[in-house]
Design a protein around this ligand. Structure first.
Ligand SMILES: *[C@@H]1O[C@H](CO)[C@@H](O)[C@H](O)[C@H]1NC(C)=O
Ligand SMILES: *[C@@H]1O[C@H](CO)[C@@H](O)[C@H](O)[C@H]1NC(C)=O
Ligand SMILES: *[C@@H]1O[C@H](CO)[C@@H](O)[C@H](O)[C@H]1NC(C)=O
Ligand SMILES: *[C@@H]1O[C@H](CO)[C@@H](O)[C@H](O)[C@H]1NC(C)=O
Ligand SMILES: *[C@@H]1O[C@H](CO)[C@@H](O)[C@H](O)[C@H]1NC(C)=O
Ligand SMILES: *[C@@H]1O[C@H](CO)[C@@H](O)[C@H](O)[C@H]1NC(C)=O
Length: 375
């Protein structure tokens, strides 16, 4: 039971336990859980557990000279630095309005859930070992973000800036980035070089912004696996997708068309969501969604009048809330025999203009694996 809250927290933080197998890391997680669950106390929480620990906060009240703590112990007084995890800095959830000083040994810095508005120029210049920076749930604005604040962080892999007040993507971003979290801001434009050179970026989260154009920004991101652009104001799909892409989220935009062969560039793409957009059949080429890698396709709540052609390997197709008035079995099977049939398991067609009786008699042969068909 002892690890139960740790495991839960680990889940909430989006970290997997396999990354934290050794004892030191488990200690770190446990400390993190405690720092999250108890209200913050300016005395280090580990004081009674490690009496030998000699850290003295700067400026002792009785005016005695304060011994310099060793470099490996320096910790900004607003924050916590667990002694057994000397590369982690915890400054989260304590009403901070400014960014504390980051000692240069730090690899992980947590500033989330504060009221930070400003990242001053050079804020991280001495902390070039940083691998993770968590700044989510603050009020950082693009105007008050110093120029090139992240530029020198050659080891930065994860940057959490979601739930802030950014209107622009900060640039330049270090090429070492693997995950970029920018959801829930007020970003409206993505300049054409904003994501240039991020060769290791695997996950890009930009949902809940006001982006109306993303241009060819994604094409060059050769490690990109997941892109979330949902809840924006896109009228067009991004110009070109990287070949590594596996998951693509575009729901709740104003997209009305998808070019022919658009998904051919991404042979590993298996998950596409474009629900709650303005797609019509006129905006689609006849084989746009007939991409053999797709397993799940969500086109619900658009303005489609026909079922688009899909590949026989598709497993889940969501088309509810459109204007479909015809059950075209040719959208699923061009021919039917022992080898040629659709692998579709779930088909949703409810909230359209067809009745169940419209299902052609040869449908069961083509859709022989379907276990849910809602009309
Ligand atoms: C710190 O780690 C060492 C071994 O790595 C261990 O012996 C010691 O008890 C730990 N301290 C705390 C407070 O967990
Ligand atoms: C920044 O790093 C330099 C060189 O390592 C060091 O001399 C200086 O004291 C550091 N400044 C701060 C504020 O840590
Ligand atoms: C950030 O946005 C929130 C919600 O829109 C607003 O209440 C707050 O005043 C903004 N903060 C700054 C610093 O702009
Ligand atoms: C990308 O990741 C690889 C493998 O982990 C690493 O060797 C390389 O230095 C990284 N690229 C950048 C620009 O950091
Ligand atoms: C999908 O495309 C393949 C060729 O790539 C073709 O053989 C198949 O008939 C198409 N499916 C439909 C439903 O048109
Ligand atoms: C029918 O199935 C065979 C064997 O899997 C395949 O080679 C052929 O291309 C399929 N034909 C169509 C029209 O899908």
């Amino acid at each position: 039971m002892r690890w139960a809250p740790v495991l839960i927290m680990a889940g909430l933080c989006g970290v997997t336990m396999s990354q934290y197998e050794d004892y030191e890391d488990m200690f770190w997680l446990q400390a993190y859980v405690r720092s999250q669950s108890s209200s913050y106390n300016y005395a280090p929480y580990y004081e009674d557990e490690i009496p030998a620990y000699s850290y003295v906060p700067a400026g002792s009240p009785d005016g005695d000279p304060v011994p310099e703590p060793p470099v490996s112990r320096i910790c900004p007084h607003e924050c916590e630095c667990p002694p057994n995890f000397s590369s982690a800095l915890y400054c989260d959830t304590r009403n901070l309005r400014y960014l504390p000083f980051v000692p240069s040994r730090m690899k992980y810095a947590y500033f989330q859930n504060n009221q930070i508005t400003t990242i001053q120029e050079g804020a991280f210049d001495n902390a070039t070992s940083l691998e993770w920076i968590a700044l989510h749930n603050n009020q950082i604005t693009s105007e008050k973000m110093g120029k090139r604040v992240f530029a020198k962080l050659k080891n930065l892999e994860r940057l959490y800036l979601d739930h802030n007040n950014l209107t622009k993507i900060p640039t330049p971003l270090p090429r070492s980035l693997r995950e970029l979290h920018l959801g829930y801001n007020q970003i409206s434009k993505v300049p054409s070089n904003a994501l240039e050179g991020l060769e290791n970026l695997t996950a890009l989260y930009l949902s809940h912004n006001q982006i109306h154009e993303i241009g060819p920004n994604l094409r060059g991101l050769k490690s990109l696996i997941i892109v979330d652009l949902s809840y924006n104001q896109l009228r067009r799909v991004p110009d070109g997708l990287p070949s590594s892409l596996e998951q693509f989220y575009l729901e709740h935009n104003y997209i009305y068309s998808v070019p022919e062969d658009y998904f051919k560039a991404s042979p590993k793409l298996y998950y596409v969501r474009i629900s709650h957009n303005s797609l019509t059949n006129d905006g689609l080429a006849s084989n746009t969604f007939n991409a053999s890698s797709l397993l799940e396709l969500d086109l619900s709540y658009n303005k489609l009048q026909k079922i688009p052609k899909v590949s026989t390997s598709l497993e889940n197709l969501y088309l509810q809330g459109n204007r479909i008035n015809e059950f075209t079995i040719s959208s699923f099977c061009t021919m039917v025999d022992i080898m040629n049939f659709s692998r579709l398991q779930v088909l949703r067609l409810d909230g359209n203009e067809i009745r169940r009786s419209a299902m052609p008699s040869d449908a069961p042969l083509c859709l022989r694996w379907a276990n849910v068909i809602e009309i």
